[in-house]
Design a protein around this ligand. Sequence first.
Ligand SMILES: Cc1ncc(C[n+]2csc(CCOP(=O)(O)OP(=O)(O)O)c2C)c(N)n1
Ligand code: SF4
Ligand SMILES: [Mg+2]
Length: 319
Amino acid sequence: MLKNNSKKYLLSPGANSCAGCGELIAVRAAVRGLDKNTIVVNATGCLEVTSTAYPLSCWGLPWVHSLFENASALASGIKAALKNKNTKVVAFGGDGATFDIGLGLLSGAWERGDDFLYVCFDTEAYSNTGFQASGATPLGANTSTAPASLDKNHFAVGSEQRKKDMIAIALAHGLNYVASSTAGFPDDITAKIKKALSLKGPSYIQILSPCVPGWKINYDSAVKLGKLAVQTGLYPLLEYENGVLTKATKLKNNSGPSAAETIKKQQETKLKNGTLQNSLEVQTKSRNTKEANHNKFICEICKKKYSYEKSLVNHIDRH
Ligand SMILES: Cc1ncc(C[n+]2csc(CCOP(=O)(O)OP(=O)(O)O)c2C)c(N)n1
Ligand code: SF4
Ligand SMILES: [Mg+2]
């Protein structure tokens, strides 16, 4: 645990995150919903790295760094060990920590009904290590692990997997309080944190947090994109109490086509013009070529296989 001498802030300025980081905007809004009698557990990820550049810390609250995968187990242990049960425990994790590597331990904590709030800051990929895809990456989204195209004139078509529905998974555990929000609505985030902490038992809030380099956006766009995600229906502001949906964003009822209709129309136009079709064909061709090249180069001496000629040449040099 690191010490922060500032009595003024629960999270002081000076975190070394990227300019305009949507995650930090969401975290600030979340921290506004906490009081001093709170212990924060933080999984490995951008928030932990950027808010605690050793020996400094932005945190004016007791703050503990867990491993990437075990923030929920640590939060359970802290809550169990507390003499003053009024002290709140809040675990913060990214989508990689939550949807993927920490899911088993989080499920265990929820199964046991451990009394802490878990907040997932969802950048839709592993931002801290270079934006690799996670279980939160949506269909078609580009990440550094999305299949690449060999044709430099075509971009990759993006992720082939759908986003895991963590809200449904949380609800399936029978949590008292489950909610979603985005960095476009900081007041909504603060209100949901306060509400979750006013209730007993485990609760889960998932917040869409636009990542500047990962999403390849301008440093002034995180809030705008957080708002658009809600307004288009991609990431609605939801609130479930005791498994019942009690609040959901109402989309503006205008006379124009819905977001889904617009996207469908765009795809149809792309298909008609052949761009989407071309892109898919190039993608398939590129993958087939890669597969054909896989282990194509074999060492005559020891039969070791390589995908690249250069690797084989280096290998033969060592014989
Ligand atoms: C067991 C383990 N595997 C991998 C890592 C490397 N690692 C550190 S942060 C990180 C990505 C975190 O992604 P996410 O949870 O989505 O948080 P973000 O950085 O996007 O906020 C990874 C893979 C690690 N620290 N520990
Ligand atoms: S990489 Fe993304 S999530 Fe991490 S500090 Fe930068 S903007 Fe924020
Ligand atoms: Mg992430």
